[in-house]
Design a protein around this ligand. Sequence first.
Ligand code: PPS
Length: 301
Amino acid sequence: MQAPEDSANSGICRPVLEVVEGIPLPSWILTNWTEIQTIQAKPDDVLIATYPKAGTTWMQEIVDLIMMNGDVQKCRRAPIFERIPFLEICSPAFQSTGVDQVKKLQSPRIIKTHLPFQKVPKSFREQNCKVIVVARNAKDNVVSYFHFHRMNQVMPEPGTWEEFLQMFIEGQISWGSWYDYNLDWWEARKKHPILFIFYEDIKENPRREILKVADFLGKTLDEKALESVVHNSLFSVMKENPMTNYTTLPYTVFNQDISKFMRKGEVGDWKNQFTVAQNEHFDKDYAEKMGKSDIVFREVL
Ligand code: PPS
């Protein structure tokens, strides 16, 4: 995915949602659905799978830093969306598709996706590729997603916060239901090589979680390399790094005057957005959808 020309005539406009195999997706993905689904995985491919705004970019940077043994200069070779392409991206805002980008990568290929396990191209499942899933508590996730819709000009219109929250609860937003997504991947980890990491845990103890990721990838980091990974994946560092903060994209795509891509990076920011009534409504619905699962998210009450 290369950045587009910063032009008023670039054909960039907000898409509508289209349901593809039961998942609502921005309409631009449809044009490339067959290519996405038929991509050929390699056994040493690694997927970073996340519901949007759950900590994808953070994990992408952590993984690239680990793969580069903490060498930050190597990680500044290109923007994060070129180093670790987004499998299903296909939009007039970008010159090449995620599938084309993935095909050009050297192995081991690290690939970002927001698809639920059941919709990940079957080749990745057949090849038993490793997957790192990052999950974030639903309330912070929806707040982050709302602000992202406001600034991202190639996502559908978010409407008001009240409207967006209800669409999130109903799963009527891009990449569908947060609830189904996380339950699906949580279940999948019983039969597939999946490392399930929580955003809140990285925030609490980045060193501990980075070591888990390195171990999963079969990498050993010496103390200096580990310190570099911890430091260079801090929110404060990534926010100022043009290779991670998406400022290389023009404002016609990400209008960061509306909201920064690296917005707050906090746990519990939802308390600044939810009303008391919205919170009660959300909690009741959450208990109905997630109550039977043993997946436990923190920091939501
Ligand atoms: S995307 O568009 O789906 O790839 O977005 P994603 O990267 O998943 O999510 C963006 C949110 O993650 C926050 N973020 C971080 N938090 C803590 N530490 C680090 N290093 C970090 N990097 C990104 C980012 O700020 C977005 O969350 P909000 O709550 O909106 O700030």
